[in-house]
Design a protein around this ligand. Sequence first.
Ligand SMILES: Cc1ncc(COP(=O)(O)O)c(C=O)c1O
Length: 386
Amino acid sequence: MERCKIYEKIIKFIKDEYKAQSVALHEPKFIGNEMRYLKQCIDSGFVSSVGQFVTDIEMDMARITGAKYAVAMSSGTAALHIALICAGVRAGDEVITQPLSFVATANAISYTGASAVFVDVDMDTMGMSPSSLSKFLDENCIKKDGKCYNKNSDKFISACVPMHTFGMVCKIDEIAQICNMWGINLIEDAAESLGSKYKGTHSGRFGLAGVFSFNGNKIATSGGGGVLISDDENMAKMAKHLGTTAKVPHPYEYNHDYIAYNYRMPNLNAGLLKAQLENLDLYLKDKRELAQKYAKFFDSLGIKFINEPKDCLSNYWLMGIILDDKNSRDELLKYANEKSVMMRPAWRLTSELDMYKNCIKDENKNAKYLADRIVNIPSGVRLNLA
Ligand SMILES: Cc1ncc(COP(=O)(O)O)c(C=O)c1O
């Protein structure tokens, strides 16, 4: 079939699915108690960083993920920053992550004064590849007194931050095993993977901590916000303390025992999130149904739709297709956006951005291949129950 005809079919399919002439990439849906909880905040006066909804969503997130503790933060980036500090990452260290990610992953590493090291992703999960991680460690690192050092730079490798790309969980049990063997703390950037599981366990639960984002484009939103989960009591307590300006609890005195951060989630945002989390199962069901329809449709056109990989139950946060080459990718992007169906490429690889281009990295071969060919397609919840 002629390329233009194929694009036309794609646009028609998406507009029909969403019953709209203009389709966004991922819009939030407010079809539950959002207004009610926001009004409760305003009526009670508790709009800021103290309030029942903050406590509620921490309990909700612990329940949903199965983690012992959940700590609300002002953003996913803030939660990642705090997680790294609590994991002992310090200025001058190296932290291993992946090149195919939103820039916030590497930025949070940089905030600590550590440098990012980029190892490649797997083709099927689009997340950190355990074999690339192992290869990098075997070829470049030694273990001394239970800790991992880069032999070439003589720097301490204090953490590893894989990311679950578009909601697909990477081979996180293998990565956890490798990190354990090398004495490296594992922090999962689970920003995109609320509701995603690996071999039955929720993402974010495989290392010392996991971090979720509730930015407006995520599967559930607080407007802006994040949550850190952990099974480690000390980690959770420290995260809460450092995210709340390290204020020593007292009814009226102001005493602080660290140079810390104001990373608190306001009650207003938590109220919005509580309502969103109440509908999470509905969102997950709708997105899974859409993914199945997309898979069948793209298969009929001979285009590769990105399905959940083996052992992963995906939340299908951002769905995508893989085209033959960069030219076809750009052609479809132009065509779709001109027809008011929003599509976007994957991120430019973080390891190629000016700020990070001199960081240590392997070949990043799969990441480069994917970044050139992925097109993200409209993936928002289609329900309209308002
Ligand atoms: C992979 C990844 N990491 C971190 C973040 C940062 O989250 P936030 O925007 O809440 O700071 C996001 C999303 O925004 C993300 O997609």
